[in-house]
Design a protein around this ligand. Structure first.
Ligand code: FES
Length: 119
């Protein structure tokens, strides 16, 4: 079974456009994210570090300072995402393991252990 290294959720083109009034910026950021993940083979199932998943979300309940990008497993929320910022986030955070502190809006933590059992 393939491992997952990161899951990136981008509120790129939300229905209500609350976090970013410019849909073109979110759409361009989403396109850059998709292209980068593909070009860098981060979505390859046999990637030793695990697959990088990306999902376009409709709202991540921040609703300001967008476009908003949430990255698990760290639970880090980046704001003001642009195609250029996506590049640095992918290279420095996802691949390099170093979060970009000046762009972080919020940090979440998973509560408890939700590991499934095989019952
Ligand atoms: S509309 Fe983007 S986080 Fe809510």
């Amino acid at each position: 079974m393939p491992q997952i290294s990161h899951h990136l959720l981008l509120c790129a083109t939300p229905t209500k456009a609350l976090c970013c009034p410019d849909p073109a910026l979110g759409a361009a950021s989403w396109d850059r994210l998709k292209t980068l993940v593909r070009e860098l083979s981060l979505d390859t199932p046999d990637r030793p570090q695990g697959i990088v998943l990306r999902t376009k979300a409709d709202c991540l309940r921040i609703c300001g300072d967008g476009p908003i990008l949430l990255i698990w497993p760290e639970g880090i929320v980046y704001g003001g995402v642009t195609p250029e910022r996506i590049e640095r986030i992918v290279f420095d955070h996802v691949m390099g393991g170093t979060a970009i502190e000046e762009w972080i809006l919020r940090r979440y933590a998973l509560s408890g252990s939700a590991a499934p059992t095989n019952n």
